[in-house]
Design a protein around this ligand. Structure first.
Ligand code: IMP
Ligand code: MG
Length: 333
């Protein structure tokens, strides 16, 4: 803080939603800016209720946080209105006037494309909508009459906020390894760069204004869709280990693999991480479930965390021990 970028270390679904919702309350965020689009679902558990958010920033659980959708983002209007109602954030959420719009036809194109079927895209139309934006024929938020009451100049608001010391969180979506440019996985990637620099860029925040890059790891790795996943285990094995997950957005099986220290090191470096979070420590060390104090973790869990820190060179400041926003160990001063 005051300006922190949250970036996922692997192929998405690292638990960014949980970390962001915790920070919203704990650090009393002034602004939370969501980048990316509806292909990403961020899961927030709060007061026993589960939310899978595709448009609304995960910080919504703090009623004082201003919620913004970035200039570089792509908006699905129907999903936006559904989630605004679900989370009851009317009056404190806005979309940058220059964000672009995903139309029905983009979803149809996404689903009809044989190439996209092979890649296993989410079918939410994001790739085709970005193509249209690049061709300079896309509709923008300011062209949609129903969005009028929700328009803002997100870029100006956030930069003015930073001038006066406001706390800003830039919410990355998906994982670094799905980056169109950087993860090395092309063509099994999404339609944009998902790295920390791109997150700041989509929100119009210059690199020198970012104070911290918080990279989010999960205690094991998951991936949905096609493409390589080093160390992948079978679904049966994942179920046995308690790692089996279903995608929050599409309901597909998530493939899984053990934590990869070399990959964690590489992604920390490329994203310029200054801090790290690790979620789901209770999935690999069940005795740690619900712990809120570092010393309540088992020796094995502490050794694992130390190993991640030693190998990545990044301090692990937040440790997720359960799905609820407040089930976390916070090692920050
Ligand atoms: P697209 O982003 O829908 O074009 O899909 C491209 C690839 O990224 C597919 O393998 C998707 O499953 C994957 N993907 C897209 N968004 C997410 C996400 O939020 N979490 C995990 N995987 C994602
Ligand atoms: Mg997700």
């Amino acid at each position: 803080m005051p300006c922190t970028v949250i970036v996922g270390a692997f192929w998405g679904d690292e638990g960014k939603g949980k970390i962001i919702s915790y920070l919203a309350l704990k650090d009393n965020l002034d602004f939370c800016v969501r980048t990316g689009s509806v292909n990403a679902a961020h899961t927030v558990w709060f007061e026993g209720k589960k939310y899978a958010l595709h448009m609304v920033p995960a910080a919504f659980i703090n009623p004082k946080t201003r919620l913004l959708i970035a200039a570089g983002a792509n908006v699905d209007v129907k999903t936006f209105f559904e989630e605004v109602e679900l989370t009851n954030v009317q009056g404190r959420i806005a979309i940058d006037q220059s964000a672009s719009i995903i139309e029905e036809k983009h979803c149809a194109q996404d689903k009809a494309s044989a190439v996209n079927k092979g890649i296993g895209t989410t079918g939410r139309g994001v790739g085709p909508a970005i193509e249209e934006r690049v061709r300079r024929t896309a509709k923008l938020a300011k062209d949609i009459p129903e969005l009028k009451p929700y328009l803002a100049d997100q870029v100006q608001e956030v930069n003015d906020g930073l001038d006066t010391g406001k706390k800003v969180l830039l919410e990355g979506t998906q994982g670094f390894m799905l980056s169109l440019f950087l993860g090395g996985g092309y063509p099994y990637v999404t339609g944009r760069d998902t790295g920390a620099s791109a997150i700041a860029s989509e929100a119009g925040v210059g690199p020198t204004r970012v104070d911290d890059v918080l990279i989010v790891y999960k205690s094991f790795i998951t991936r949905v869709g096609a493409g390589p996943l080093p160390g992948e285990i079978t679904k049966e094995e994942a179920q046995k280990r308690g790692w089996y997950e279903v995608a929050a957005g599409t309901g597909r099986d998530r493939r899984s693999a053990p934590f990869d220290f070399d990959l964690a090191k590489k992604t920390a470096k490329i994203n310029g991480a200054t801090q790290a979070a690790i979620t789901k420590i209770d999935a690999i060390f069940p005795g740690c479930r619900g712990a809120k104090i570092y010393n309540d973790l088992s020796k094995e869990a502490k050794d694992f965390i130390k190993e991640v820190e030693d190998k990545t060179g990044v301090p692990i400041v937040l440790i997720g021990t359960g799905p609820e926003a407040m089930e976390i160990i916070d090692r920050r001063k």
